[in-house]
Design a protein around this ligand. Structure first.
Ligand code: NAP
Length: 250
């Protein structure tokens, strides 16, 4: 393995954190592992290796960063709904001829016999909601404005951090929580708040799967927002495969 190489991990997910830790462990001090965060979360969890924070300034800014920092390869381990940074990474890596891998967790499969409704975006989810439930567990993040005009509905909104401004929802309660989530806790939330519909992005992966299982067990519908289109290129589904890809390139 060549010393002095630099890996850039585009992060903000549990998989990205795990990858940074495994890469530091695997490649030691000969390779610099840099994780990049958008800088939206006030208290991000500790990450192995170096960390940089904040946007690059579009695909051109990212291309300049790759060139100036002499990055050897990029692993895009961002969330499946972080489509903008993924498109920028695709373009910037092509431009600088830097190998890029997408680490994309698999989507969830519909549970057998479950009530599973897939829609293409938040607006469709809001339009579908009145026929699905009245006490809704909303787990799609802090951008909830699509649901402002849904009539006669109470929302339990789970966020990673308390919102800076009041949410634009008439009737709601906010709870704070960060993945991974536990099945017993998700069941308790659904039960105690008498939830009759779960709304989620099709995030996939293990860290947030418990709510899907808990909703299925409770017999309530799951309203899922489909993933945005991502420019795929080289893609793997696990941290283990991403480490193998790195080994072949360093
Ligand atoms: P996005 O819409 O794809 O990105 C918007 C802009 O934020 C990008 O153009 C880029 O700014 C900056 N950015 C995003 N991720 C970055 C990163 N890892 N490092 C440096 N800059 C980054 O992203 P998003 O959906 O707002 O997500 C932001 C972050 O939160 C991502 O890192 C993602 O992994 C994480 N996250 C997102 C979700 C979700 O549901 N979207 C869920 C969990 C975690 P410039 O153009 O200036 O470079």
């Amino acid at each position: 393995m060549a010393a002095g190489k630099k890996i850039l991990i585009l992060g903000g997910t549990g998989e990205a954190r795990e990858l940074a830790s495994r890469a530091v462990e695997k490649f030691g001090t000969g390779v610099e592992v840099i994780s990049s965060l958008a800088g939206r979360t006030a208290g991000p969890e500790a990450i192995a290796g170096s960390v940089r924070s904040g946007g690059f300034g579009g695909s051109e800014g990212l291309a300049a960063y790759l060139r100036d920092e002499n990055i050897s390869c990029v692993i895009d381990a961002t969330h499946p709904f972080a489509a903008e940074i993924t498109a920028h990474a695709h373009a910037a890596c092509l431009r600088q001829d830097v190998p890029r891998l997408l680490l994309e967790r698999p989507p969830w499969d519909p549970p057998a016999g479950g009530r599973w409704v897939e829609v293409k975006d938040m607006a469709e989810a809001a339009a579908a909601l009145p026929r699905l439930g009245k006490r809704v567990f909303l787990t799609t993040g802090r951008r909830v404005e699509a649901f402002t005009d849904v009539p006669d509905t109470w929302f339990l909104v789970r966020l990673m951090e308390a919102p800076a401004e009041p949410l634009p929802l008439a009737d709601h309660q906010v709870i704070i929580g960060r993945p991974p989530f536990d099945l017993a806790d998700e069941r308790k939330i659904i039960d105690e708040h008498r939830i009759d519909c779960l709304v989620s992005k099709m995030s996939g992966g293990d860290a947030t799967r418990a709510k899907i299982v808990a909703a299925h067990d409770a017999g309530i519908p799951v309203l899922l927002i489909a993933r945005p289109f991502l420019p795929l290129g080289n893609a793997v589904a696990t941290v283990h495969e991403a480490i193998q890809w790195l080994e072949a390139r360093l």
